[in-house]
Design a protein around this ligand. Structure first.
Ligand SMILES: [Zn+2]
Length: 143
């Protein structure tokens, strides 16, 4: 795993971001901090696929924020309406881009979708509760 982690640090660096492992609450797998350009990954992530998939998902959120892609969603304080209207669509978009980016760097590892087989409704509810309870204090999430 050490070799993978060091490769992740160098990929992060090449995108102008930093990456570290932390204890994250509420079963959160990863966070992307927009203003500081930092990715936090949960120490609870076990497998190579989990670590890589979470890293690339968060990296794509940061890239979107920087490049104003889905900018209303990738803002520091998206409104409930924006999350309701675009959350599912954007998260699926981010998953797709993350999968492509991960395939480029790690063609032998299968990307795990951040939302598994959750329905659109479940994802929407998860995002709404996240943005209400957690986001303002901590940053971005995937799970
Ligand atoms: Zn996400």
């Amino acid at each position: 795993m050490d070799k993978i982690i060091s490769k992740l640090h160098s990929i992060a660096k090449s995108h102008g971001v930093k990456c570290k492992f932390s204890k994250l609450k509420n079963d959160i797998a990863g966070l992307a901090h927009y203003t500081s350009g930092k990715i936090e990954l949960s120490v609870q992530l076990k497998t190579k696929a989990e670590v890589l998939s979470t890293f690339f998902h968060e990296l794509v959120h940061l890239i979107c924020y920087k490049n104003k892609i889905w900018a209303k969603y990738h803002s520091l304080d998206p409104s409930v309406d924006i999350v309701k209207k675009f959350g599912v669509k954007v998260e699926r978009f981010v998953d797709k881009k993350a999968e492509q980016l991960m395939l480029h760097y790690f063609p032998d590892t299968y990307y795990l979708s951040s939302y598994g087989d959750m329905s659109n409704k479940d994802i929407r509810n998860f995002l709404l509760s996240y943005y209400e309870n957690y986001y303002n204090k901590h940053g971005r999430v995937t799970s």
